[in-house]
Design a protein around this ligand. Sequence first.
Ligand code: ANZ
Ligand code: ZN
Length: 832
Amino acid sequence: MENTYPFKRIENKWQKKWHGQSLFQNKKGERGKEKYYLLEMFPYPSGRIHMGHVRNYSIGDVVARYKIMKQFNLLHPMGWDAFGLPAENAALKEKIHPAKWTENNISYMREQLKRMGFAYDWSREISTADPDYYRWNQWIFLKLYEKGLAYQKMASVNWCPRCTTVLANEQVEGGNCWRCGAKVELKEIKQWFFKISAYAEDLLNGLEELSGWPDKVKLMQKNWIGRSLGVEIYFKIFKESEVIPVFTTRQDTIFGATYLVLSAEHPLSLKLIAGRNIEKKAREFINRLKRERRVRTEKTELGKEGIFTGSYAINPVNQEKIPIWIADYVLMEYGTGAVMAVPTHDQRDFEFAKKYKLPMRLVIQNQNSSLKAETMPEAYEDEGKLVNSRSFSGLLSAEAKDKIALWMEEEKIGKIKINYRLKDWGISRQRYWGTPIPIIYCEDCGAVPVPERDLPVTLPKKIDFKYKNGISPLADDSKFYFIPCPKCGKKAHREIDTMDTFVDSSWYFLRFTDAKDKSSLFSPDEANYWMPVNQYIGGVEHAIMHLLYARFIHKFLSDSGLVKIREPFSKLLTQGMVIKDGAKMSKSKGNVVDPNDIIERFGADTARLFILFAAPPEQDLDWSDQGVKGSFRFLNRVWRLINFTQSKNVPEEKLKDLSNLEKSLEKKLHQTIKKVGEDIERFHFNTAISAVMELVNSIFSLSFKNAGKEEVLPERPIVSECLKKIVLLLSPFAPHIAEEMWQILGGEEGVFKESWPGFEASFIREEEVALIVQINGKVRDKVAIKAEPSEEEIKEKALRQERVKKWLADKKIIKTIIVPGKLVNFVVKPGK
Ligand code: ANZ
Ligand code: ZN
């Protein structure tokens, strides 16, 4: 390739310079400036960065460099989400310690990020696998435990009977073990949970504050939290003392409840069938349902299979005796694990009732009163007018809901309740490579928290890395495992489960505000100065879990007085995927482009520019080799432009051109500056870049061949000015080449020591505006007039319009000419 700029030399040179100057290290002395905390989701150190990372971090880097030039006090840190399963898989396969594997990956990827020229404050780098970091996970755990927000309960895990080991969800492939292919079973074991449900209301309400978040992400969180307002109604069991509470959001249908349904896991399910002739069959059915992992969906696809228990319940509003069934479409995790079935108004109940020939009664009638229980083809789920509902008949659903709810509370047959779909967060992982849960089990004292002064509970380094009998190697390490009880001193043992890695990432943004703090998780002063994160950037795949967990832990820490604000991320940008040949770029699809190759062939600036130019950040980006080459060509073109010499001897014909051009060039320059700044603020990088391209073209068109036949630019102040500004405007996108060009243009300090260029408003104003001439209230003419005209100019122009003149010639009196927008209103008499 000819005429290409020496990107290898340039990029290397400037990366070293930036590093040497600690250019992006935040300095405490800059507190006088306005702060800006910019954060991209930190990566898992899988081994090497992929295009998704390059995209995420290129977007962030533009903002970082722009904000530096805008003279903000910038915090832009980077770190590693370093715990997780792949390290253990590598350990099993390659016999390398997970810690070593992770460290190696981190140092390789850190170099890759540097080669991309990303502007991070590396002095704040964190790795979540570092005891200096994860001790604070343990500390947070203890605080949650103190408040009753960390607790233990039985929950099922995936269990491979052949490998005799617990499997993470990712290790279950189509219901089978990823390693041996055996069918995975569910096994109930005791696990630790964080009570995120206690924050459900707070998490929901907080969404309203987040005007800087995409609506779609807020909606996903809202649905995930899933708030429902309804009534818990108490059904007595016929001839028994027990009561079955059911949760319903449709108490207006209570008079249509014709049977009850329990989930298989409901504590009464086994009890009600005991001693009956169907017991054996029912038991088998219940056990089968327990084994299947059932998920509640909107219109559940579950098979609607059920069995009659032989028992009856009493509907508390009319004392009707209704049968109690057990069925697959009712789940234990939601509400009370039992429902009152109203087949006429709930499709799931409808299908079930049809299948098992259960009675149906219409209690909500539609507008034209055409519904009949016997002939309904499907359930009528809408609201309507109550029928067959005693004194509530005739009411509309909405009103009936309120009245029935209050009446039930009065009669003590029900209680108004809010239910959330949001479940507590199971954080136990039966794995080695994670944060040890700081709990000690003592025969006498039970689960005892590790005293704060004994933190961190560090992972033992030397480890025989096998899962013997499926048990974490932490149990085999007697030095780690056995420990005296902190309460009574008796021989006790540690918890061997480690924490879900989402715990690590649920507060790392706070740690960055004070990353090297040895005595606390962060100082409240630093957190209060920096928080909230002004702009968070990352993949939409984190729209629910990570962002919800992070908001939860942040709120908890805020409640603990460690940070004032309640929402950690003011603005969120979720970037689209990188697509190639119609599919997401991924190893499994075999369509991966390695960032290293692009850097080798075209340099980091080209890679960045292409990625930013090819699509707006929220949209998917179609990888195109042609596009990469196009970006490379553009950078080379700018490079040539900057290296042109300037000549006074402008040829005659160019000169004429030039004086015309000079004025329009100045205007174009200022308009470009304005546009690029505004576009960066809105993340419209592609249009910002094309505006710079246009400006480059304009300057190019001024070039000519001088006597020596060399291409040169006219020596004019505006030309030099434009060249400088082109470099400044380009610098956030292609920082290395910008630095080098800045030096060529005589810049002494680096380009990122410069301020972002300003523009003059006088050049921005549109030159002409439309003047609408109204005579006596009717629009008579429309004419262009120079922008911001004076009243005199408007009058003059208005009176010169043909229609106005004609009007006056006809000796008609014009009482008023109104020029809307300008509010000029005047009277004209003929002859004037
Ligand atoms: C009676 C009824 C009549 C219902 C009707 C709906 C329509 P949301 O709005 O999502 O909170 N339900 C309650 N607990 C359940 C469980 N554990 N498994 C499966 N379904 C359950 O849903 C509340 C409704 O979901 C409740 O209102 C209940 O059915 C069902 F015409 O009660 B409904
Ligand atoms: Zn004890």
